[in-house]
Design a protein around this ligand. Structure first.
Ligand SMILES: N[C@@H](CCC(=O)N[C@@H](CSS)C(=O)NCC(=O)O)C(=O)O
Length: 296
């Protein structure tokens, strides 16, 4: 067990979380005032949907929950590995998180963070593959107060090892950690319920899903993760993937339930499809074997 994980045993993590909750509460009156425009935007959006004959229950394929005015989201792309990095922030406190920064593009990310005057609290990895996780440690060199976060199932050393159900706070916003193994043992999806968005890493891709032919891959586990943890989310929730190889940027729960060619099949057919896909092998041993790393 790492020094870090020893320090963050169950009770320790609870303390950290409740401390963050109380700091959230201390700014709640300010937050309530500031979020008024977002609430009225939601109401007028509902009114406009009814006027235009759309259902109040968000059931058409392209209805989406509007974001609050103080929720900032920027999607950044790496042309080499087709990896997405996400920068999320609370527009008022300027507290921010970076999901899956790519090591070769750290300078780009730092530039945006500096320009927007954000305080990166956490560098979150969706799983331990080098395209999603190695930059976190480098980021700490530039931003010493930034904490690295990865699933405890990774066996990695990081500032914070998260488990299913944990909540990560940045300003008044929060991300729920959902364990979604199958591509690797340690894959997680980060869900921001209030803003109707989730970051699925390589678990669910647009009209696809993560490959399961590496060491820790398992098609049945992946199918269960997607159905139980992602397809159980509201239909209009936006899903942001860890990669896209065809220029697509975002999807939704309903779109993937309807149009994902692998996931519109039965569990048995899905397993068969994943077992017979003929992926090229990577030259990156670290990805195929997902070896525990240190992010501290
Ligand atoms: N189809 C990709 C191949 C790159 C690849 O293997 N991507 C991984 C995620 S990075 S480990 C993956 O799980 N892909 C699933 C898929 O269906 O693509 C390419 O065109 O380069």
């Amino acid at each position: 067990m790492s020094i870090f994980s020893a320090a963050l045993r169950f009770s320790g993590r609870n303390v950290r979380i409740s401390r963050q909750i109380s700091s959230c509460l201390s700014v709640s009156s300010q937050v309530l005032n500031l979020s008024k425009p977002a609430i009225s935007a939601h109401v007028s959006n509902e009114k406009s949907m009814l006027t235009h004959g759309l259902s109040k229950g968000f059931s058409t394929h392209i209805e989406r929950q509007p974001h609050s005015g103080d929720f900032f989201l920027r999607q950044l792309f790496d042309r080499e590995s087709c990896t997405y990095t996400y920068l999320l922030a609370d527009a008022y406190s300027k507290d921010a998180v970076l999901i899956d920064p790519v090591i070769e593009l750290i300078e780009r990310d730092l530039e945006v963070v500096k320009e927007l005057e954000l305080n990166i609290r956490y560098a979150l990895s969706t799983h331990m593959h080098s395209d999603h996780s190695t930059a976190a440690l480098k980021l700490k060199k530039y931003l010493p107060s930034c904490k690295t976060v990865i699933s405890a199932a990774s066996g990695a050393i990081a500032d914070i090892l998260v488990r299913h159900g944990d909540i990560i706070h940045f300003g008044r916003h929060q991300l729920e950690v959902r364990a979604t193994p199958g591509h690797t043992n340690c894959c997680v999806t980060y869900v921001c319920h209030e803003e109707g968005v989730a970051f699925t890493g390589d678990t669910l891709l647009i009209r696809g899903c993560g490959r399961t032919d590496f060491d820790q891959g398992d098609p049945e586990t992946l199918y269960n993760s997607i159905y139980n943890q992602i397809f159980s989310l509201p239909n209009m929730l936006r899903l942001y993937p860890g990669h896209d190889y065809r220029g697509r940027t975002v999807t939704s729960v309903l779109e993937e339930k309807r149009y994902n060619p692998r996931l519109t099949k039965s569990r048995e057919e899905f397993i068969q499809i994943m077992k017979t896909l003929n992926f090229a092998h990577t030259t990156n041993n670290q990805m195929e074997h997902s070896l525990p790393e240190s992010f501290k």
